[in-house]
Design a protein around this ligand. Structure first.
Ligand code: PLP
Length: 388
């Protein structure tokens, strides 16, 4: 039909050549998805079953990232969220109801612990926090209504590697599901489903994104039933993921193998060197025997990432520990990790009776892609400054 120019702005007949082939995934943006006819309209969430219905459930850019994460983690299917913490709250909302009980390790990422305490308890879900080193002994924490066991291995900051197969066995015997925060392993250094886990989540913000410029999360289900419980909840919670961020993550993912290899090797080298320094009491790196649960890392993991912590000797005051962090030049100070820039953050566990007795003496390091000799020199200079 003939069209006025203002209509052509919306319904254009302009043409571009077909057949463009490139190596990158196009950024498909879209909320509205077109249906072929009036009878096919329907708001079904499972795009794998019914085709595309609404941008909320993922444009092809978002679904490609989800499928690639799933492929690496050997799951059934993956759902993306706008950040790692969102993946955590989403899992809890999807799987729990009032009257349920869950167990959460003391070493879990702090907002995960706070969500359990501040939100789940408000909704009538009972929470027990457990020692991450319990292994199969976790069964002592279970109740008849225990539905979910949270794990994170290694744990945040204190780096305890958990006996995931042992925990899964105990949980499954009690009829509970096990969910793992698999962020440190980037979904590739620990094969969660082969070790019995039911559900994983990752902050793709970290190694998959890899450049400190996006926030995304993933939830990977081991089977169809679990995926359906999650997908139908996404429709109701309405967590949409930006295709632009998904595109950045797809680009980041292509270099993840070389980044992880370089970062992992540099981190282990520096961890071993730090273990010999007189200022350092303990290096909490999963590949070193000084790390709690090192034997489980050796048994279950295929490599080590670039985040670990050091604990200074007793004589170092909080001021001296903070001075060490401030004196570093190449290590920047900031949250999040797994980008190309090395980072250092000091923590203070005074008053936290559930964490190891490291007080103000613990510093977490994220190793980036700078030259390892420059990083060593930077650390050495800052360590020497502590003795003044
Ligand atoms: C282990 C772990 N899980 C989850 C998250 C949350 O991820 P995001 O920052 O994408 O919300 C973080 C972030 O620091 C983390 O370290």
């Amino acid at each position: 039909m003939p069209k006025k120019w203002s209509t052509k702005l919306i319904h254009s007949d302009a043409k571009v050549p077909d057949g463009f082939r490139s190596l990158s995934t196009p950024v498909y943006r879209g909320s509205t998805v077109l249906f072929p006819d009036a009878a096919s309209v329907g708001d079904e969430w499972d795009q794998y079953e019914v085709g595309y219905t609404y941008g909320l459930y993922g444009t092809p850019t978002v679904l490609e990232l989800a499928a690639r994460v799933c492929e690496l983690e050997h799951g059934y299917r993956t759902l993306l969220t706008p950040g790692g913490q969102c993946a955590i709250s989403f899992i809890n909302f999807a799987l729990l109801k009032a009257g349920d009980h869950i167990v959460v390790p003391h070493s879990i990422y702090t907002p995960n612990r706070l969500f359990a305490r501040r939100v789940l308890q408000k909704f009538g879900v009972d929470v027990t926090f457990y020692d991450p080193n319990l292994g199969t002994g976790i069964a002592t924490q279970f109740q008849p209504n225990t539905r979910l066991v949270w794990t994170e291995s290694p744990g945040s900051i204190t780096m305890e590697v958990q006996d995931i197969p042992g925990i899964c066995e105990a949980a499954h015997r009690a009829g509970a599901l096990v969910v793992l925060d698999n962020t440190w392993s980037a979904g590739v250094l620990f094969d969660a489903f082969a070790h019995g886990v039911d559900l994983t989540m990752q902050a793709l913000t970290k190694y998959v994104g890899g450049h400190s410029d996006l926030l995304l999360g993933s939830i990977t289900a081991r089977d169809k039933e679990m995926f359906e419980r999650l997908g139908s909840t996404q429709q109701l919670i309405g967590t949409a993921v930006s295709p632009d961020d998904a595109s950045l993550a797809l680009r980041g993912m292509k270099t993840m193998a070389v980044r992880l290899r370089a970062i992992g090797a540099a981190a282990l080298d520096l961890a071993q060197w730090l273990a010999k320094r007189p200022e350092v009491e303990l290096v909490l790196h999963p590949a070193l025997p000084s790390c709690p649960g090192h034997e489980f890392w050796r048994r279950d993991f295929s490599g080590a990432a670039g985040v670990f912590s050091i604990v200074f000797r007793e004589e170092f005051s909080k001021e001296k520990v903070l001075r060490f962090v401030n004196d570093l030049e190449l290590f920047e100070i900031g949250y999040s990790w797994a980008g190309v820039t090395s980072l250092a953050v000091a923590y203070d566990f005074h008053g936290n009776k559930n964490r190891p007795d490291y007080g103000h003496r613990i510093v977490r390091l994220n190793i980036g892609l700078e030259d390892v000799e420059d990083l060593r020199e930077d650390l050495e200079r800052a360590l020497e400054g502590m003795s003044g």
